[in-house]
Write a protein that binds this ligand. Structure first.
Ligand code: ATP
Ligand code: MG
Length: 405
């Protein structure tokens, strides 16, 4: 019979923010986000230790679940599931051999290295001696060779006062900065491939996000709206999104289309989106806007058009994907889990009322001339009044997750 053994997830964060003057604040936010990630896992407890964070869990099952969730916490670079043993060399050795053998069977490494350290210097063996002793037993039990420079498997041992942690291998976590340390922004989220990836990248740099989605019923169906909500929930599993505000945009789009020449339509829609987004950002206390725009991907996304669109915004417009090749965006969308939803075949509102030859170098004064035929302030007020906010709570995560580095 195997005795249930308590486990610890050893979580490592980047060197980068260790060194910055904001270290204390960054660590505080990271710990809060980690506690949020493991909320609901019974018995899970987050313990900051110097330079890392331990998450204690009662058993193996909780350990797999906690590790999978922690692999989605920005700011962490890797996690390892460790066995907890007594501070006793034979117990440590037995655990290390079992873990190394398990890794050998699932990951097929050919070489390994033992890295031991003692936080309790009263432990009667030096770190090097622990490594030698344990390494010898691993060689005997598994046939793996030692490579101290480029090991394919790292076996870690940490001896504390009355316990030791033993792990083999590490799983990648996304890195970046803890969500929230860079403030808050509003993501313009459509049902496409790009904007969810843009949101993920913005969150990875520490921005907490709310989203806004412009919906145009009945031309755009409810399935498109559902798709955006699904994308929102997928982002929420990375703690990358807190809510989606849905704006009814049909009537405004019609009035804009009638106000200007057809080739200007997309720029006029986008400028109005910026203004409405700014108004919602005021309510959310968001300091910037984020879009999935990408230079030259479609005719409307030229640098001149971006200038004309941005001129309508009061806040900085962040475009994390501006220089990405589509293949790179697609690869990232797959890795973060949004791709399959994004390619579901439903329309988005900017394919609605769109001319065959959109302007590629729209000028602000032409856009303003068209807009002068509308009551812009009233359009914004109506949009804000019609807004519906959907709060996102991540559903409990299960199963294997894509590895992101
Ligand atoms: P995506 O894949 O994100 O839809 P795209 O390559 O299709 O982007 P566009 O449709 O031109 O490009 O949209 C550019 C950006 O404008 C989007 O990435 C998104 O940030 C924003 N946007 C477009 N349509 C909407 C919408 N209906 N609601 C909210 N934001 C939108
Ligand atoms: Mg789109």
């Amino acid at each position: 019979m195997t005795r249930p053994m308590s486990r610890v997830i050893v979580c490592r964060f980047g060197e980068l923010f260790l060194k910055s003057g904001n270290r204390r604040r960054f660590e505080g936010v990271l710990h809060k986000n980690m506690r949020r990630a493991v909320a609901g896992i019974e018995g899970a407890r987050v313990e900051p230790v110097h330079g890392r964070v331990f998450v204690h869990v009662p058993d193996d099952e909780a350990a797999w679940e906690a590790a999978a969730r922690l692999q989605r916490v920005f700011g962490l670079v890797s996690v390892s599931i460790a066995a907890v043993t007594g501070a006793d060399l034979e117990q440590i050795t037995a655990a290390a051999v079992a873990l190394a053998d398990h890794e050998r069977q699932i990951a097929h490494p050919t070489s390994f290295k033992v890295e031991a350290r003692r936080t309790d210097k009263r432990f009667p063996h030096l770190s090097l001696d622990i490594a030698r002793h344990v390494g010898g037993h691993i060689i005997a039990a598994t046939g793996l060779g030692v490579d101290v420079h480029h090991p394919q498997l790292r076996v870690g041992i940490e001896v504390a006062k009355d316990r030791a942690f033993v792990y083999a291998g590490a799983r990648a976590a996304p890195g970046g900065l803890p969500v929230g340390v860079s403030g808050r922004a509003l993501l313009l989220l459509s049902g496409g491939i790009d904007s969810p990836v843009a949101g993920w990248l913005a969150a990875k740099r520490g921005l907490a996000l709310d989203a806004i989605y412009f919906h145009s019923p009945p031309y755009i169906g409810e399935k498109s709206r559902d798709k955006v909500v699904t994308l929102g929930r997928q982002l929420a599993e990375w703690q990358a999104l807190d809510s989606i505000t849905v704006i009814g945009f049909t009537e405004t789009q019609k009035r804009l289309r009638e106000a200007g020449p057809p080739e200007l339509a997309v720029v006029l829609y986008r400028r109005m989106m910026m203004r409405i987004a700014d108004a919602i950002a005021d309510e959310r206390h968001a300091d910037g806007l984020v879009t999935g725009e990408n230079l030259g991907q479609v005719a409307s996304q030229t640098i001149q058009n971006m200038t004309a669109i941005e001129a309508a915004a009061r806040r900085v417009v962040l475009r994390p994907l501006v220089t990405y090749d589509k293949v790179d965006t697609v690869a990232l969308a797959r890795r973060i889990g949004t791709y399959d939803t994004s390619v579901l075949p439903f329309d988005d509102c900017c394919s609605l009322f769109v001319p065959r030859h959109p302007a590629t170098a729209a000028r602000v004064q032409d856009a303003e001339r068209a807009e002068s035929k509308l009551d812009v302030a009233a359009e914004i007020a109506t949009a804000v009044a019609s807004a519906e906010r959907i709060l996102l709570t991540p559903k409990t995560q299960t199963g294997a997750l894509p590895v992101v580095d």
